[in-house]
Design a protein around this ligand. Structure first.
Ligand code: FAD
Length: 286
């Protein structure tokens, strides 16, 4: 339970952090809230020789409006996000998912950048990031890149981030009027991580669904949008029966995770139940 030894660096700016990453290469790891990295270091699953602590870089923590988009700094804590009026109105799925992460201590320290970079399949944000159609903004020695959420989450603990890159913020586009959202999860009773989480954003006009984004976490090796469910919802009336029918094929064709707590059949059933509940809750918020 004791990490291997490391040198600790505390850069004052993003450019200083980038320089440290370049200087120390594979031996360096960014440290944000430390709530995923430090447990891994204590188990010696991760043994960086240099820790680059970006937790006190103010520019990484900003939450602001940019035109119709909401910008959420990678260093914003889960608590910053759940308690921001701007996020609640302009990026509600992020606020809804932040509010159900771990406990108060975890939400006070953990950051959205750390969570999505870690890409734990059971983490809460990834489905919300996908269903918000957000873009992940990153900076490296080669300059800035914008990565669509759909391209960012690749596999178990695997993302499109390249060596030496820092996530600077998430850009969440404004939603069309008549859009409601909901994030619901079946938490593991011990860890509170998602065994199945579902994020839904539905736009309703004239009593029918004109567009839907539905994403899952917890059930597969990485979070994913379910095109089958989204297509089935398009044009549907979003009452209990039509939503139940539209989500009947949730997670079909997807290789699901299996562990001692939840097998694949259970996870598939959870996907249907939580998709129905999340879509109905999102429609009620529209
Ligand atoms: P760190 O642990 O500091 O870093 C994690 C990884 O991200 C490291 O590899 C680091 O190098 C990298 N990184 C950090 N910031 C950046 C950046 N800006 N750019 C690029 N790479 C970066 N999560 C949930 O979603 N739901 C839960 O219910 C939940 N419960 C938890 C319960 C406990 C008891 C604990 C300890 C954690 C829990 N978590 C949960 C995880 C928590 O949300 C973590 O805070 C989060 O996963 C990681 O964020 P962090 O800021 O702590 O990152």
């Amino acid at each position: 339970m004791i990490p291997s030894s490391f040198d600790y660096h505390r850069p004052g700016s993003i450019s200083e952090a980038l320089d440290l990453l370049q200087k120390h290469g594979e031996d360096a790891s960014l440290l944000a809230g430390g709530h995923s990295l430090l447990p891994a270091m204590k188990l010696r699953l991760s043994t960086p020789a240099h820790l680059v602590d970006i937790g006190r870089i103010d520019e990484l923590r900003q939450i602001r409006q940019d035109g119709g988009d909401v910008i959420i700094g990678a260093g914003a804590t889960h608590h910053d996000i759940e308690s921001s009026d701007l996020v609640a109105s302009g990026a509600p799925l992020l606020a809804q998912s932040a509010a159900v992460i771990g406990d108060l201590q975890v939400r006070n320290a953990g950051t959205i950048g750390g969570s999505i970079a870690h890409a734990d399949p059971a983490a809460d944000y990834p489905a919300a990031v996908l269903a918000s159609d957000a873009t992940v903004e990153v900076l490296g020695q080669g300059g800035a890149r914008s990565i669509a959420a759909a391209d960012f989450f690749r596999d178990l603990f695997d993302t499109a981030l390249e060596a030496g890159e820092i996530i600077t913020c998430l850009r969440v586009p404004g939603a069309a009027s008549g859009t409601g959202t909901a994030y619901l999860k079946f938490p593991h009773p011990a860890s509170r991580f998602a065994v199945c989480g579902c994020a839904a954003a539905v736009t309703v006009s004239g009593g029918a669904c004109t567009s839907a984004r539905v994403a899952f976490n917890g059930i597969a090796s990485s979070a994913f949008r379910d095109a089958g469910v989204e297509n089935a919802l398009a044009g549907a009336s979003l009452d209990e029966d039509s939503v139940r029918a539209a989500v009947a094929g949730a997670a079909d064709g997807k290789q699901l995770l299996e562990d001692t707590f939840a097998g694949q059949d259970f996870r598939r059933q959870l996907a249907r139940v939580y998709a129905r509940r999340a879509v109905l809750a999102a429609a009620a918020n529209a």
